[in-house]
Design a protein around this ligand. Structure first.
Ligand code: IPD
Ligand code: CA
Ligand code: CA
Length: 269
């Protein structure tokens, strides 16, 4: 059944991606919050994805970033013991909206399937490159049908690391000091504008780690499964369990690299 779910998720992600490509030069951005943008393309992509997923599985839950009250619904449904057995699709119809608006060719559609707090299926589709990253719980991760594996990097000074800030980060915030400490220790840092693709790039061995001081469940539901299934290691930012309701995390290709990054963060005041 998980294979059927992942195939349906891929169809939905491709449908969303096609809409993003078609609308790219014809949309205006509006602001949802400070440096937090949305376009008609985000909404149209989400509608197409929702129609496909719920058309096929009408009794499943659906939480999309652009749904009214999405965060409250997610937290309620993930924490509600009466609803713990039902399936929930967790969808970002356009991850990398700022890139999209600026014409930067680095954005994607992200679709995860969760049940009882466990991620079962993940698909991240990049409509610009055409790359489709997929994973099924316990079944490994793949890119366009080829198995994915993390890099095996164990040293911070050899690591290419992604770092995520909240859009409203202030000078003097702890994340700024963490960012500088990691930048100083690692080979180089990247801030590419798509949390879902960051995770997939670690899964593909292109980057080695990602420290995310700010993310939402729909940014990472699919990517967290993909990176784990590719052999990566992901925890909360304090080293505790990775929690979809509070997805501030450290992801690394190896536990050793993860431990080094955790130790660097612990030293920052
Ligand atoms: C954003 C991107 C970005 C991350 C932000 C997200 P959006 O998602 O994933 O890389 O740093 O935290 O909100 O708004 O483009 O869907
Ligand atoms: Ca996002
Ligand atoms: Ca989004």
């Amino acid at each position: 059944m998980l294979q059927e779910y992942v195939n349906t998720a891929e169809s939905a992600a491709r449908a969303g991606g096609e809409i993003l490509m078609t609308m790219q030069n014809a949309v205006e951005a509006r602001s949802k919050g400070r440096n937090d943008l949305v376009t008609e393309a985000d909404l149209a992509s989400q509608q197409a994805i929702r129609d496909i997923l719920l058309g096929r599985y009408p009794d499943h839950g659906f939480v999309g970033e652009e749904s009214e009250g999405a965060i409250a619904e997610l937290n309620r449904s993930l924490g509600d013991p009466d609803r713990r057995d039902s399936f929930r699709w967790i969808v970002d119809p356009l991850d990398g909206t700022t890139n999209y608006i600026h014409g930067m060719p680095h954005y994607c559609v992200s679709i995860g399937l969760e049940q009882s707090g466990e991620l079962l299926v993940g698909v991240v589709f990049d409509p610009v490159s055409g790359e489709c990253f997929r994973a099924v719980r316990g079944g490994g991760a793949e890119l366009d049908g080829k198995p994915l594996a993390v890099s095996g990097c164990r040293q911070v000074n050899e690591a290419l690391v992604a770092f995520g800030f909240a859009p409203d980060v202030r000078p003097g915030a702890p994340e700024v000091a963490q960012f500088l400490a990691i930048m100083h220790a690692c080979r180089s840092i990247r801030r590419m504008g798509s949390a879902a693709l960051n995770l997939c790039y670690i899964a593909a061995g292109r980057m080695d780690a990602y420290v995310a001081g700010c993310a939402k469940a729909w940014d990472v539901a699919a990517g967290a499964l993909i990176v784990r299934e590719a052999g990566g290691y992901i925890t909360g930012i304090d080293g505790g369990g990775f929690d979809l309701r509070f997805p501030h995390f450290i992801c690394a290709a190896t536990p050793l690299l993860h431990g080094h990054l955790l130790a660097i963060l612990a030293q920052v005041e």
